[in-house]
Each structure stands twice: as C-alpha cells, then as structure tokens.
Ligand binder design. Structure first.
Ligand SMILES: [Zn+2]
Length: 644
C-alpha cells in the first residue's frame, strides 16, 4: 500500500467523502431501477466492447477500459449517483425503440437513431466520427438487413451529431445527390462557428471537462454524464440540402411523416425536435436527456437560454403530449408509455424553469452568483428524479450561467472590479496569511475535517505565489482529488481529477493539434476566416503598421478590403480599395487549401493560381504579425513562459 500513498498516485477517499456518499445512498431513490430496464430494453446486438478502429488500426472508441463499472456498488472514490449513471452509459449496441425505429447507443458519446421507411432507412445524427458512423450503420445492417439510406438528418450543430456523416453517405451517393440531408435552419452558420474564434482556449479547457487524458478507473475518469467519453476519429461536415425553418413544418421522407419543432438557442444555437405520428415516437434531440444539461459547459461557450429551453419543452408537451408512446433522445436511453414520456418532459421543463426563475429571484434580492449556488435547492419532486440530476451540467454551476447571462461577470462590488491577477494576489494573500508554513498547517488540519473547498482556494493562492513549493502542490492535488471523488457531476469530477493530475505530473506533452480539415473550412464564411485571423494578430507587434489588401475570390464572387491600422485588423466586403498595398485574386477553395496547409501561398502564386497586383510582401508582413496558439497552457499553476 506504500505505493498507493506516494504523492504521485491517486489517494484513498477520506472519511468526509465516505460520509457524504453514505448520505447520498440514503437520500436518493436507488431502489428505482427502471432506467436500467429502459437502457437495455430492445437490445438486438452489438460488437465486442463497442470497439471501433480506424482504417490504420488505431482504436478510436472502446468501452473495454471501463470494465471496472461492472461492479454494482460504487467505490469510496466515486459518488454513488454518478457511478449509477456511469453504469447506465455502459449499455451499447443496436436497440429497438419501437418496431421500425432503432438506436445505436454506446458507440460514441451521442446516439444514432434509425427510422425505417418504405424503401430504406432514415439516419438521424451521425455520431462524432466517420469510423463510428460506419460501424453503427454496419451493426444496423447486420440485424435489419441491407436497407439503403434514404435520408440523413442532423438534429443540431454539435460535432457529435454530424461529424460522421461521410461514414453514412459515400462519394457516389453524394454525387448522385438523391439522398436529402436535412437540418435545422442556420445549421451551417453555427456548426463550426461556436468553436472557431475561441477554439484554442476551448479545446484546452475541454480536457478538464471531459477528462480524455485521465486514466480510466475508479479513481480516474468514469464517465462524462452525457455519455462515456469524447470519441476520436475522422470528422467531416456535409452541407444540408433541406433546411427545416418553422415549428409545424412537416416532411414525408421515404413514406414516413415527420412533424418538426424548432428549438434555436437551447442546447445548441440551431436545434430541432420531431415527432413521428406513424410510430408515435418523439425525439427531443438533446433538450430532454437523462441529466440536467449544461447552460454553460466548462470548455466555454455562449451562455444558453434556460428560459427558451423550458418554453420549447412546454410547447413540445402541448404539441405531442398524450400522443407519444416512446421518446428517444440523441443521448442516453428512451422512455416508454405516454404517462412517463409526459412526466419526463414536464419535469425537464420545470427543471430549467425553476433554475432560471429562482436564480433571477435571488439575483434580484441582491445575491451574487456564488451565494445563489449555495442557496438554491431543487424541489423534492425534481431532486428525486434521476434524469434531473446534474451529471453533465449541475444546478450549482448552471445558476452561475444564468447570472452571467443577465448580469455578466461583475457582481457590482468594486472590491471585485479590479482585483490583482492570480500571481500578484497570491503573493499578498500568502504574506497576509502568515506565510507558506502557516497556510499549509491550517490546510492540513482542515483537510482532516473535509473542508476541501476552502483549502483549494487558499492553496491555489500559495501555488500561484510559490509555484515551486512542492508541499503546496501535493496538498492542493490531494484536495482537488477529494473534491473529484465527492462530485456527482462528471464534468466536476473530471476537472478536479485532471487538475490533481497536472499538479502531480505537469501538463501532458501533446503533439501540436492538427489543423481544421479543408472540408470543414469550406463550411466557414469568408468573413469568419477574417475574424479568426483578427484574433491571431499580435497587437503589440503591429504597433505603427498600416497595411491595406484587396481580395477577390473568383469562385464565390466575393471581394474584400482587409485593413490593418491601430493594431486592429478589419475588413469591408463587397468593395476594393484604390489605395491598397496589394491585391490578390484566387478561389476560395484554394484559400481553404492554403489555410489547411495543403499548399503554400508562394507556391500557389508560382503556379499561377493566385493573381497578384502591387507589393505582395505586404501580405508576408501581415502574416508575420500573427500568433500561433499553443495546444497546452497552464491552468492550475502560473504560466512558465511569458507571452511575447
Ligand atoms: Zn450531443
């Protein structure tokens, strides 16, 4: 056991953690096991461990490392409620929802829904990766015969719902163009843009949210709440051919009638729900799943609208309540029976409404975000509903998102208006608190009492003041770890445990991130590319520079003037400047290739693919002012490299 207690290794759960888990076991309705029946109902078959390989043999998905979840009782190092959810998310394979409607679950964080029509099958959502989608469709074919795909539908804009489309539609089918690709209005505008401007920061933060670099195990990553984990593999965006624009719109596809409801600015900026009257099956995409979803994921995003979300669920109830005999979402498992479907929608509706209204009420009484999180408690009727529990989002951070949506980052107390940054503040806190030894001694005593939240705050100041204080880092790591063991939310657990890991072992050494594939780049508007370039401009280096460039994209018939002055890059579309330093005429397609680094700008000029006028060196000068963003940056420790 000596090895287990070395500072490098995950520790045991403390007594305080075990006491909370015991209380959870008593407080929640663990004897209600209907979810386990539902999650396995209609099982038709699967592949071993849901293991999926890429063409070159790389494993992109497998549930084999999660075999430890076969244990029914939660270990002391995991919250029992989260453990339960993690076990539910182990179900994998092809499942019948009703005869004619099927789902592949557990092959990805998201689900694929397959709806049989007169001559083939309609595929709703195509998982994260091409390999995953191919494997899911193969499994379906194995059990339901080789029905051709007659339509592909994307319920919303997140990658785990469209990334694998090319695994469903091959080049020949795409070229023939007779399989519609159906998506909610503004799909393409939002599919990539949510993660583009702040992409580098979001991807690093996502490592904390999902825990992909954590060891899997009872002391490590066990789930993401919404599903097991993020999938790897190849991603490709396909352009929809038919957009659903309004609630009440219908389509008859391969003989199956779909009734649609629009739900923009809910879980995703563009999202839609549908009902199949023939099958009496309702699909609320990702807005009515078996957890309290995120109003603001830790990776970072625009704050989602809890009020709108609740209204869509109410409208869905009005449109289809009492009719739907089964409801399946694009994560988790279905529920059956009109009463249970309606109850779940009603409870989810009220979950978002309660969180919204009570946050705003407390806000209007003058509480700040942390105080609201500390005060708010779900009503018993929602608290005891398993699907309302905070496995992915959580009431304690969702209320902060609602506060942020209305009031922003500032709590109006000017003590918080202009605080010293982390390192400088850390040094002063340590000095005021009587130095490192005093802080550590207090923290060790509080650790025994289980006061982990404050220890994390205090020791974080010490680590920022004294980044080489190994005792402080070790104790902070141990503290984060206990907080991880305590967390019911998988995203909290992953964040705490990954923070502990980085304090113990440093940041993982990862190769640079590959660039965006050309196909996905093609989905971006040219304006978005200029916006991305703008945020790469190193302001201080651009001091005193003035550059004006004309651009002409011959395939899209677009023109732009790009201007650098006052250390800011701006553009105007639909015009050219007579005073430009240089001008470039090329295709947008070639421009995508340059950005994807498949060709270089000078090479393309040499090859005559770019027509240049004026002084082309001005473009080189501008590009010399652009930053490259690192894949990794410090989060729980001060940064080692200054920003130049
Ligand atoms: Zn999703």
């Amino acid at each position: 056991m000596a090895e287990q207690n070395s500072p490098e290794r995950p520790k045991d759960a403390s007594l305080a953690v075990k006491a909370q888990h015991d209380a959870t076991l008593k407080a929640l309705p663990f004897s209600d096991t209907r979810d386990f029946d539902d999650a396995s109902r209609g099982f038709l078959g699967t592949r071993e461990h849901a293991r999926i390989l890429s063409d070159n043999g790389r494993e992109i998905w497998s549930l084999e490392p999660y075999g430890f979840l076969g244990e029914q009782a939660a270990p002391p190092t995991a919250d029992p409620s989260l453990w339960r959810q993690s076990r539910l998310n182990m179900n994998h394979g092809l499942f019948e929802v009703v005869p004619g409607v099927y789902q592949v679950r557990g092959f990805d964080i998201a689900n694929m829904t397959l709806i049989e029509g007169d001559s083939g099958v309609i595929v709703v959502d195509t998982l994260t990766s091409i390999e995953g989608a191919r494997a899911a469709l193969e499994l379906y074919h194995q059990h339901r015969g080789h029905r051709p795909v007659t339509a592909v539908m994307f319920t919303h804009t997140h990658t785990d719902h469209w990334g694998g489309a090319r695994g469903i539609l091959d080049d020949a089918t795409l070229a023939a163009g007779n399989v519609p690709i159906i998506a909610p209005d503004l799909f393409l505008e939002h599919a990539v843009s949510e993660n583009i401007i702040a992409g580098p920061a979001m991807l690093r933060r996502a490592q904390y949210q999902f825990g992909p670099l954590l060891a899997k195990g009872p002391r490590g990553q066990i789930d993401c709440g919404l599903g097991k984990s993020m999938a790897a593999g190849l991603v490709g965006l396909l352009r929809p051919t038919d957009l659903i624009k309004a609630t009440g719109d219908t389509r008859t596809i391969d003989g199956v009638t779909f009734e649609f409801q629009m739900a923009p600015n809910s879980e995703a900026p563009a999202e839609m729900h549908f009902y199949l009257p023939h099958y009496k099956v309702l699909n609320l995409a990702e807005n009515c799943t078996h957890n309290f979803h995120n109003l603001l994921p830790f990776r970072g995003a625009d704050v989602r609208d809890a009020l709108a979300w609740s209204k869509y669920l109410n409208e869905a109830l009005q449109m289809w309540g009492g009719k739907a005999q089964a409801m399946c979402g694009q994560h988790h498992w279905p529920v059956w029976g009109t009463d249970r479907v309606d109850t779940m929608i009603r409870q989810q509706r009220d979950l978002y409404k309660f969180a919204h209204d009570q946050t705003v009420r407390l806000m209007n009484h003058g509480l700040n975000a942390a105080e609201i999180a500390e005060t708010i408690k779900l009503p018993a009727s929602l608290d005891g509903a398993w699907h309302a529990r905070g496995y992915y989002g959580h009431i304690r951070h969702n209320v902060k998102a609602i506060y942020q949506k209305y009031l922003g980052w500032y709590d109006a107390n000017p003590a918080n208006l202009d605080p010293l940054p982390r390192i400088e503040a850390g040094k002063k806190y340590v000095e005021y608190m009587g130095g490192a030894a005093s802080i550590l001694s207090h923290a060790r005593k509080d650790f025994e009492k289980g006061e982990f939240r404050f220890i994390a705050q205090a020791l974080s100041h010490l680590v920022f003041a004294e980044p080489d204080n190994n005792d402080a880092k070790a104790l902070l790591a141990d503290t984060f770890e206990q907080l991880g063991y305590l967390s019911e939310s998988a995203t909290w657990r992953n964040s705490y445990l990954f923070a502990a890991r980085e304090l113990r072992h440093g940041m993982p050494n990862l190769p640079p991130r590959p660039g965006m594939p050309r196909e996905t780049l093609a989905a971006l508007r040219t304006e978005q590319l200029w916006d991305v370039l703008g945020v790469r401009l190193n302001g201080p280096k651009a001091e005193g520079k003035h550059i004006t460039l004309n651009w002409q994209f011959t395939d899209t018939n677009e023109t732009f003037v790009l201007t650098l002055e006052n250390c800011a890059l701006t553009y105007l579309s639909g015009t050219q400047s007579a005073a430009a330093d240089a001008g470039f005429a090329l295709t947008r397609d070639l421009f995508n290739g340059v950005i994807a680094k498949q060709t270089s700008f000078p090479e393309a000029v040499m090859a005559g693919q770019i027509k240049v006028t004026g002084n082309a060196m001005k473009l080189a000068e501008l590009m010399g002012l652009m930053d490259e963003f690192p894949r990794m940056f410090e989060i729980v420790e001060p940064r080692r490299q200054p920003i130049t």
